[in-house]
Design a protein around this ligand. Structure first.
Ligand code: NAP
Length: 461
């Protein structure tokens, strides 16, 4: 490590007025955009290019020289060139010796090469200090100044002094450097911009699968069955009725799936008597995407609310209502108010409203800007206690909606129960198991295991 590393590690950026020249190899989109920003931050910039002719595209305060000439003018050289062209650097090895080379490159595919581009650069030009940085910042964001979404710049490298020089430039640009350690981290940093919603994959695939399943299920029960047996055409149910059946089912099932891994983890820990054994990989992955599962569930719940709001203006609903009124008038008979039904209907709506309100509250507290402002206990209280309360309210909303319908033979078409019954399976399992787990005979040993005590007497007090 550099003997001046203690000075180099100073937290404040280099504030001396005279900034050292920065050299950028490559006058492409990224090189120009970064050069422009670096000049604005007060650093002299010199470009190293194959073409030294003046161009209106290049920032006017920058010099454009050959690679060798430009490299001699600076201690730090940003390589804004694709990896496949790096071999032009080999003849420059002598000039580049001891200099800091900043690798900004990205690949087209995850793990495209056996080693990271930065490690390849370090092997290609030995004697240089290679630092990986800036690859997660886009040329467009640098140019347009819309850096809000990508203010963090991941930096890694084996030489602390070189890394500090790069981090000073990052800070001078108004960005936040995040030290990721040695050059071994470069592969991971290069993979970041290529990942496609890694935490969202499972929730989205699961919801797509469940949506397809419940769509065909409802299609069979609610459209094909009446068509076959009663010759009634309810095909228009596809537009609002079926989506409004699928959305609450998915919202409830996915919300229950947010809490199911916690319950499974508790059972595993109780069984093993320790928390110091790794969970199976699938459970680990499931736990990591609980926030995304919850947000997808909230999206389905919001859609259910919107679909429900349009029910009174639907042509089918207005027709059914007016037919009932006309039939009562023709029979000269008024249906008396059924207070039990009125109670059930109002309770069902009230539970739905309260459940949705808490659901939205959970969604809001999962936003980083909010969760960063609550302490660990507050966050746990909202996500666990209020979360379970939301699950209870939404499950009760569905149970009251069903009422005693599950007892009616008409609820089973081709032996298929009403779809809402299927949506109760996972939430009921989660709530029953959670209820059992709060019994002191299980809660006490579980708490002790989670506090680090082993159930094996050998390890306990
Ligand atoms: P680009 O527009 O294609 O520019 C690449 C530059 O490399 C060219 O302008 C050229 O500069 C130089 N070059 C091309 N072939 C060469 C060769 N055979 N020998 C020597 N130099 C050669 O690409 P870019 O978008 O600026 O990207 C440059 C690097 O930045 C890439 O590694 C990319 O992964 C990385 N990056 C880009 C972005 C982005 O938003 N564009 C974001 C993050 C990271 P001269 O004509 O001046 O020699």
């Amino acid at each position: 490590m550099n003997k001046n590393s203690s000075n180099i590690m100073a937290l404040a950026p280099n504030t001396s007025n005279k900034r050292e020249t920065v050299c950028i190899f490559g006058t492409g989109d990224f090189g120009r955009a970064l050069g422009h920003k670096i000049i604005q931050s007060g650093y002299p910039v010199v470009f190293g290019s194959r073409n030294t002719q003046p161009s209106s595209l290049i920032p006017k305060d920058a010099e454009v020289l050959s690679h060798a000439e430009a490299a001699q003018k600076a201690a730090i050289i940003i390589i804004a060139i694709q990896r496949q062209h790096y071999n032009f650097l080999t003849p420059l090895a002598e000039i580049l010796h001891g200099k800091v080379l900043v690798d900004v490159s990205n690949n087209l595919k995850i793990n495209q090469y056996p080693e990271s581009n930065a490690e390849y650069l370090a092997q290609l030009v030995p004697g240089t200090k290679v630092v990986k940085a800036f690859n997660t910042v886009s040329a467009w964001a640098l140019q347009s100044g819309t850096l809000d979404a990508s203010r963090q710049v991941f930096v890694c490298g084996d030489d602390m002094g070189a890394k500090q020089m790069v981090m000073d430039i990052v800070r001078a640009l108004g960005l936040t450097p995040l030290d990721q350690g040695s050059l071994l981290a470069a592969q991971e940093i290069e993979n970041y911009p290529l990942q496609l919603f890694p935490m969202w994959k499972f929730p989205i695939l699961l919801s797509l699968g469940l949506t397809a399943f419940f769509f065909f299920y409802c299609l069979t029960r609610d459209i094909i069955y009446p068509y076959v047996y009663e010759n009634k055409d309810f095909s228009f149910f596809i537009v609002i009725s079926i989506p409004n059946r699928i959305c609450p089912i998915l919202a409830l099932t996915l919300l229950a799936l947010v809490y199911l891994p916690g319950v499974l983890a508790a059972i595993i820990q109780l069984y093993r008597g320790t928390k110091y054994h790794r969970f199976p990989d699938w459970l680990d992955k499931w736990m990591l995407c609980r926030k995304q599962l919850g947000l997808v569930a909230l999206a389905f719940a919001s859609l259910h609310v919107l679909y429900t709001l349009v029910i009174p203006i639907r042509s089918f609903v207005r027709w059914r209502l007016s037919s009932q009124i006309v039939s009562q008038a023709l029979n000269n008979k008024t249906e008396p108010l059924n207070t039990t039904n009125a109670w059930l209907s109002d309770s069902y709506l009230a539970l739905g409203i309260l459940g949705f309100f808490l659901f939205v509250l959970l969604g809001i507290t999962s936003l980083p800007s909010v969760s960063n402002n609550v302490n660990w206990r507050e966050f746990r209280f909202v996500q666990s206690k209020l979360g379970y309360l939301t699950l209870i309210l939404c499950t009760a909303h569905t149970l009251v909606y069903g009422g005693n319908r599950f007892l009616r033979p008409s609820s089973y078409r081709w032996y298929l129960p009403n779809a809402y019954m299927l949506s109760l399976i996972v939430p009921c399992i989660v709530l029953v198991v959670k209820f059992v787990l709060i019994f002191p005979c299980l809660d006490k040993p579980l708490t002790r295991i989670r506090q680090g005590w082993e159930r094996n007497p050998q390890y306990s007090e």
